[in-house]
Structures are given as structure tokens and as C-alpha cells.
Design a protein around this ligand. Structure first.
Ligand SMILES: Cc1cc2nc3c(=O)[nH]c(=O)nc-3n(C[C@H](O)[C@H](O)[C@H](O)COP(=O)(O)O)c2cc1C
Length: 354
């Protein structure tokens, strides 16, 4: 049996294989409510055989959206719209997962296909939040969170987690990567606070850890909690893999089960050496030194490459984003390539051989 198709159990949840659809913003909603696009987008990847299908970054509050078209999970209308999609994913044998997020100082922008630049308050945008008033590129500097904001954001994450559970999700991921709110607390390049939430590594980790704790308190014992991190900012003086190991251990103590290891996003134009598997070594380091299961992501496209990552114990599972957009049936095709006889959706059975 190829390792890629070996079931994976964390707490009370078993994925039929070690293939995850990485969260991918679709910018396809109004008021954060999923629709037909999401059913087709997520549903076809479940039909395609991924063990875990993770719904895109879902904002915990309106001001936590990257764009006005982001998916949200701050009210029940949004939760109810996801319910049939969750049900469909489960019927196809995939574990439904969702990433909850706050975009911080990278919020209030247009979607990439509309240029991605900042949307001003006068055009329906909003004032963004960050640990300190340090801007990302040409975007306006965020307003620094005060004590009341910190409490509110912790509560928003907790409520989104409760909602994710009540609408059927089985894996929850907290977004601490890509330069969004929680990552900006971690990195010394964006966090210039002089209170208990800035300065030392311990202080910079404090708020992200408080959020993880608040979420774990309400996310059921038998369900896995993942955290996506950027293992490095790819710039001198920024967040790095050694700090990531310390964070991973601290998150594990808060009951986080899996680190989903990404990178970058804090600084525009960082020199990222993007190439096949370019983030995998960092996943491996966190797995080994942090003693925590990890998911590797980033330019994993080939089934043999994915199998190699797992067999060499660099990661416990792989997550694919763009390749899954090119080929929603990647897991079915990967099985054929690795000579694995896995079941196909019964309605597609006549296409399995040949
Ligand atoms: C269209 C698109 C949307 C994305 N949205 C998210 C997101 O919502 N949350 C997230 O953590 N990463 C997001 N990412 C990053 C991917 O999940 C993934 O980490 C990255 O694309 C590298 O993997 P790949 O080389 O397989 O594409 C997005 C990537 C793409 C291409």
C-alpha cells in the first residue's frame, strides 16, 4: 500500500488517505455566504478522492475579511449555507475541514482578479487591525488592537469554532500564516508592541496562543485542531523556522494536533525560493524538533514526489492547492500512477480502468 493512500487518524477522525485539498480563497460570495460555486468547487474535489477537503479562509468577522467577497463564519446564515456542502463532502468519503481566519492589516482589499489593491473606507472598505500601526506594502497602516479588541477577536475565533462544529466540520484550522492577523503578532517585523504582546518571542506568541486556547476550549475533544503557520518570513530579522519549532511546541501544549507548514506573506516581495517541495524541509524540521504531526504544502504536484515526502517521514500528510485546481481528480489519478486499487465514485466506475 502506498503511504499516500494509508488512512490517517488524529483524535477521533480518520481520513481515508493523506491527501488534503489546501484552503483556497475563492472570493465568490456576497455577505460571506457560500453558494453554488462552493458546492461545485469543494464537491468536485471530494468526488476526486481527497481524504480531507479544507474550505478556504473563512473570516471570523466582517473586518477580518481579505476582500468584501470572502467567505465568512461569523453568523448562522453563513453556517447554514455550508451545511449541504459539508454533507456532500462526507457522503463522498472526505473529511470536511475549514480554516478560520482574520486578515488583520491585509484586509479590505480587492480580490486578485480585480487587481488586489486596497479598498478605501469610502468605497466600502474598512479600517484594518494589527498588533502595531505598521503597514503592509502600500496598504494603510492598521489600527493597533487594544485590550478590548484582543478580547473581541479571541471571542470571534471561539464563536467561529463553535459554528464550524455545529455545521458539521470535523477538522478546524486556525490561520496563523501568510501575513494575516495572528502571523503579524508573531513576526518582529510587524509587531512593535511594548506591552505583554510584543518584544520577546514569548510575548509575540501570547495572542496567537490565547486564540488557540480559546478555540480548543470549545472545539470538541474528539476532533483535530490544526494550525497553519508561515515557518519563515524569508527575510533577515523576521520570523524563522527555529521560532516556528518553539511555537509548534507551545501550540501542542494548548491541544493543537497538527501544524500545516506554509511560509511567507508577511513582507511583500520577499525572496521566496519557490520550487518543487520548497517548504517541505521546514515541515520536516517542525515534525522532528517540535514532535508534532505536520502537513507539507507548496508546489507538491507529482504523486511520486508526494509519496517520497511521506515515506521519508518528512510529513504526515500532503496538502495541494494549485494542482488541485488543475486536476480535481488528482487523488484518483495519483492512485493509478502509484498502482493503487482504490474505489472510485460508483457513478464513475466505468471510467476507472482504461
Ligand atoms: C487561489 C488560491 C487561494 C488561496 N487561498 C488560501 C487560503 O484561503 N488560505 C491559506 O492558508 N492559503 C491559501 N492559499 C495558499 C495555498 O493553500 C497553498 O498554501 C499555496 O498555494 C502553495 O501550495 P501549491 O503550490 O500546491 O499551490 C491560496 C492559494 C491559491 C492558489
Amino acid at each position: 500500500m502506498a503511504r499516500l493512500f494509508d488512512p490517517w487518524t488524529v483524535r477521533g477522525v480518520t481520513s481515508k488517505n493523506r491527501i488534503c485539498v489546501s484552503p483556497m480563497c475563492q472570493y465568490a460570495t456576497s455577505d460571506g455566504v457560500a453558494g453554488a460555486w462552493h458546492m461545485v468547487h469543494l464537491g468536485s474535489r471530494a468526488v476526486g478522492g481527497a481524504g480531507i477537503v479544507m474550505v478556504e479562509a473563512s473570516a471570523v468577522s466582517p473586518e477580518g475579511r481579505i476582500t468584501p467577497m470572502d467567505l465568512g463564519l461569523w453568523n448562522d446564515v453563513q453556517g447554514e449555507a455550508l451545511s449541504p456542502i459539508v454533507r456532500f463532502m462526507r457522503e463522498q468519503g472526505s473529511v470536511p475541514a475549514i480554516q478560520i481566519a482574520h486578515a488583520g492589516r491585509k484586509a479590505s482589499t480587492a480580490p486578485p482578479f480585480e487587481g488586489g489593491s486596497g479598498v478605501g473606507v469610502e468605497d466600502g472598505g474598512w479600517v484594518t487591525l494589527g498588533p502595531s500601526p505598521v503597514a503592509f506594502g502600500g496598504l494603510p497602516p492598521p489600527r493597533a488592537l487594544d485590550e478590548g479588541d484582543l478580547e473581541r477577536v479571541r471571542t470571534e475565533f471561539r464563536e467561529a469554532a463553535l459554528r464550524a462544529h455545529s455545521y458539521g466540520f470535523r477538522i478546524l484550522e486556525i490561520h496563523m500564516a501568510h501575513g494575516y492577523l495572528l502571523h503579524t503578532f508573531l513576526s518582529p517585523l510587524s509587531n512593535r508592541r511594548e506591552d505583554g504582546y510584543g518584544g520577546t518571542l514569548e510575548n509575540r506568541m501570547r495572542f496567537p496562543l490565547e486564540v488557540a486556547k480559546a478555540v480548543r476550549e470549545v472545539w470538541p475533544e474528539d476532533l483535530p485542531l490544526w494550525v497553519r503557520i508561515s515557518a519563515t518570513d524569508w527575510v533577515e530579522g523576521g520570523w524563522d523556522p527555529n521560532q516556528s519549532v518553539v511555537l509548534a511546541k507551545a501550540l501542542a501544549r494548548e491541544g493543537v494536533d497538527v501544524i500545516d507548514c506554509s511560509s511567507g506573506g508577511l513582507v511583500p516581495h520577499a525572496p521566496i525560493p519557490a520550487a518543487p517541495g520548497y517548504q517541505t524541509a521546514m515541515a520536516s524540521k517542525i515534525r522532528l524538533e517540535g514532535r508534532i504531526p505536520v502537513v507539507a504544502v507548496g508546489m507538491i504536484t507529482d504523486p511520486v514526489q508526494a509519496e517520497h515526502i511521506l515515506v521519508t517521514e518528512q510529513a504526515d500528510a500532503v496538502s495541494l492547492a494549485r494542482e488541485m485546481l488543475r486536476d480535481p481528480y488528482w487523488p484518483l489519478h495519483a492512485a493509478r500512477r502509484l498502482a493503487q486499487d482504490i474505489p472510485w465514485p460508483v457513478r464513475y466506475e466505468r471510467a476507472r480502468k482504461g
